[in-house]
Design a protein around this ligand. Structure first.
Ligand code: GTP
Ligand code: MG
Length: 496
């Protein structure tokens, strides 16, 4: 049941209850004094430093907590400012915002777009439109407004003042989803760091809001406001410093974890196992493709950002060569820059790969745009020299003309369906031909006691012929340098 089906007065009552709740929060907030900040509190925060930051919200609560609360998005109205491009572009963007909001667990009640040259510096949408938005919020019974962009702290506050419910922006929403889905220690730490980075400049906003509240209604901005602003500002300075310290600590920890991952990657490199990275827009079907290609049970969800941590699997080509296949975090348009930074780690993996499978959702209304925005990030992380195969996924659901158009525009592309398996054998064969060829061609006669070496030649090299003789296995193969060194004693020349 939706709110719009309820009688008007119920809606109004609900709205006023919400307003009361908002005031309660304000009261709670104004009870804060710098003196509350005792040693025990800091200690508790310190111990919680690596705990997952559950989410960010503009819910006006305790400004000293760095572990901001869950967004608890429930009933949201979306609002976008359409500055350039076609009406279709603007609608796609809002549709994506709706998908993001649903992923975060919200119920999307409505969405509006305003055509403007640029967002209003004070309230994001124009002030007249903000009033209309207020009506829409009341009418639909929404408790949150989600803006399709990154808003300044001032814009968030001013818009919140008009619509009287919490206002969050696209960045906070994405951060919230990231926080809900990050699984590994590193992933969680990176999300926390990004959240703190997002929060830092916004503390001033909370402070202003606090002093305004404490200044009391009706009075001018001077007087009581001034008297209470002093301690408020000090408090914010303390918070800022603590957040900065935490961020520094977290950066060090991430650097350590990164070192561990680096070692693993070097290990793979040393073993010369070719690597394939699956990249692509969020929800394109990357995890599904990984499952199809390897039979691995990786989480597949019809939600954006189902995957946040790189998942690496071993896989085999039809000719029997072993390679690694890495699933990656989905890209999304307008990914705030500090988020790109935070998630660079998984993208570095892409840069190190021997081949990128760039998955695009063929059933999406604007697949070309997704291709372009993912490529931008690939360039950003210096992975543009890695060969790429464009995998147009969801061919079972895509429209034939769209598929044709994509395959014409992209020279190195293949249409597949990770769901039905269509095109998967062809893709596997293609991967086989794209993987780097091993370096040394040799012939060895391995005694039957050296079965392990035979297996390695199959897994890491390319066996051209194999013959079982009275003395052992006679193999002709191409292998990498290190394996060649191990095989040296068994080369005919060495047996002389
Ligand atoms: N019809 C159809 N749906 C597909 C296909 N492949 C994936 N899907 C669906 O698309 C949704 C997203 O799939 P995922 O594999 O989780 O996508 P992803 O790219 O890994 O998404 P993130 O990890 O969130 O970035 C799921 O509902 C899948 O069932 C396909 O070939 N055809
Ligand atoms: Mg995934």
């Amino acid at each position: 049941m939706t709110f719009s089906s309820l009688p008007q007065d119920h809606q109004r009552r609900t709205a006023s209850r919400r307003a009361d709740a908002l005031m309660d929060e304000d009261v709670a907030r104004s009870e804060f004094r710098p003196g509350d900040q005792d040693g025990e509190q800091i200690d508790r925060d310190e111990r919680a430093a690596l705990r997952r930051v559950v989410g960010l919200s503009t819910e006006l609560e305790d400004i000293t907590e760095v572990e901001y609360r869950q967004l608890r998005l429930e009933r949201v109205v979306l609002v976008g400012v359409w500055t350039s491009g076609t009406a279709q572009d603007a609608e796609n963007s809002l549709a994506e915002l709706a998908a993001l909001a649903e992923t975060a667990g919200a119920l999307v009640l409505d969405g509006v777009i305003q055509r403007r040259d640029k967002p209003d510096p004070a309230t994001y949408i124009g002030s007249g439109k903000a009033q209309e938005l207020r009506d829409l919020v009341l009418e639909s019974g929404a408790d949150t407004v989600v803006c399709d962009g990154e808003l300044s702290p001032g814009q968030l506050i001013h818009l919140e003042d008009v619509v009287k419910v919490k206002v969050v922006d696209r960045t906070a929403l994405i951060l919230d989803i990231f926080a809900q889905h990050a699984k590994s220690r590193e992933g969680k730490a990176q999300v926390s760091l990004a959240q703190m980075q997002y929060m830092l400049p916004r503390l001033r906003g909370w402070g202003q809001s606090l002093s305004r509240q404490m200044g009391g209604g009706g009075s001018s901005s001077g007087g009581g406001g001034m008297a209470t602003r002093g301690p408020g500002e000090t408090k914010i300075e303390t918070d800022r410093r603590r957040i900065r310290e935490k961020m520094a600590k977290m950066r060090r920890e991430i650097a350590d974890m990164k070192h561990g991952r680096e070692l693993k990657r070097q290990e793979r490199h040393r073993n010369k196992v070719p690597s394939v990275a699956i990249a692509g827009y969020t929800n394109a079907g990357k995890s599904s493709l990984l499952n199809q290609l390897t039979g691995a049970g990786v989480l597949v969800e019809n939600a954006l950002f189902a995957t946040l941590d790189p998942t690496v699997r071993r896989a085999t080509t039809p000719s029997g060569r072993v390679y690694t296949l890495a699933d990656t975090v989905g890209f999304v348009r307008h990914l705030p820059h500090h988020l790109v930074e935070a998630f660079r780690s998984t993208m570095e993996e892409v840069g190190e790969a021997d081949l990128i499978l760039h998955v695009v959702d063929g059933a999406h209304p604007a697949p070309e745009e997704q291709l372009a925005s993912v490529r931008e990030v690939i360039r950003d992380v210096g992975a543009h020299r890695v060969p790429e195969i464009v995998v147009v996924n969801k061919a079972d659901a895509a429209d034939e003309l769209t598929l044709q158009r994509l395959l014409r525009a992209e020279k190195r592309a293949i249409a597949v369906s990770a769901r039905t398996g269509l095109g998967i054998p062809e893709l596997l064969t293609w991967i086989d031909t794209e993987l780097p060829r091993p370096a040394v061609e040799l012939e060895v006669l391995l005694p039957y006691t050296q079965g392990a070496l035979v297996s390695r030649m199959h897994a890491e090299g390319e066996v051209l012929s194999e013959e079982h003789t009275g003395e052992g296995t006679l193999l002709k193969a191409q292998v990498h340098q290190e394996l060649a060194a191990l095989l040296e004693p068994y080369m005919p020349a060495a047996r002389r």
